[in-house]
Design a binder for this molecule. Structure first.
Ligand code: PGA
Length: 252
């Protein structure tokens, strides 16, 4: 179902005490906010999940993980399965973030398997896609993003896709302070929606939530969220400052 979403990706930041502080500074004001039309998702380091899920409902947010295994269970030392996430009341999980693709060599086959694991466990994948700088400069960005979607997501049925959120994150904009221009963001989001329409039909495409990520902050969120095909943001750096993150949530 299409809706306005602001998701905070804390990445590998914050010790337990620091996370506790930041959570309080976000969750307390959130409780008082009228969020009928906006959903907030926090994706902290999964080790702290319980501290978040314990207070999520009464504080108007949902909890997401940043990663899960592509396997169901077994001898995979260090891994965390989708079933484990589900058993900790986690409702969302990032898949295919560019940092995982790049530093952990996650390929399309593995990402498609992760998506399947999550859906089998009733967790909504937040599927990330986006081109590198060289790919944009070579004018292959549409091709690259299209392939990421075909390879990682388009094996799903329409019913399954309904539980997926897509996040377009140009790699050159992540953590760089260099945001995509409104024109670049709208153009790519419209392209992504058109691919969904081609494969699944216009109704499904119109019903899909597509977030923008990459140096989205309290200053530029309003302009980005006002774009026709941008349904919110996946926020990294600015989700680590309560004041900025709350300002982004108020940007719709
Ligand atoms: P950023 O990160 O907001 O710090 O650019 C976004 C992301 O990686 O999801």
């Amino acid at each position: 179902m299409r809706r306005n979403i602001v998701a905070g990706n804390w990445k590998m930041n914050k010790t337990f005490e620091e996370a506790d502080d930041l959570l309080f500074n976000i969750a307390d004001p959130l409780k008082e906010m009228d969020l009928d039309l906006t959903q907030v998702i926090l994706c902290p380091p999964v080790l702290y999940a319980e501290m978040f899920t314990d207070i999520a409902l009464e504080n108007n947010f949902s909890v997401g993980a940043q990663n899960c295994s592509n396997h169901a269970e077994g001898a995979y030392t260090g891994e965390i399965s989708a079933a484990m996430l589900k058993s900790m009341d986690i409702e969302y999980c990032l898949v295919g973030h560019s940092e995982r693709r790049k530093y952990f060599n996650e390929d399309s086959k593995m990402l498609a398997e992760k998506v399947d694991q999550l859906l089998e466990n009733a967790i909504s994948p937040i599927f990330c896609c986006g081109e590198a700088l060289e790919e944009r400069e070579a004018n292959t960005h549409f091709e690259v993003v299209g392939k990421q979607l075909y390879d990682g997501l388009f094996h799903l049925t329409a019913e399954e896709l309904d539980n997926v959120i897509i996040a377009y994150e140009p790699v050159w904009a992540i953590g760089t302070g260099k945001t995509a221009s409104p024109e670049q963001a709208q153009e790519m989001h419209a392209f992504i929606r058109s691919l969904i329409a081609k494969k699944y039909g216009q109704d499904i495409a119109d019903d899909t939530t597509i977030l923008y990520g990459g140096s989205c902050n309290a200053k530029n969120a309003k302009e980005l969220f006002a774009l026709k095909d941008v349904d919110g943001g996946l926020i990294g750096g600015a989700s680590l400052k309560a004041e900025d993150f709350l300002a982004i949530i108020k940007s719709f």
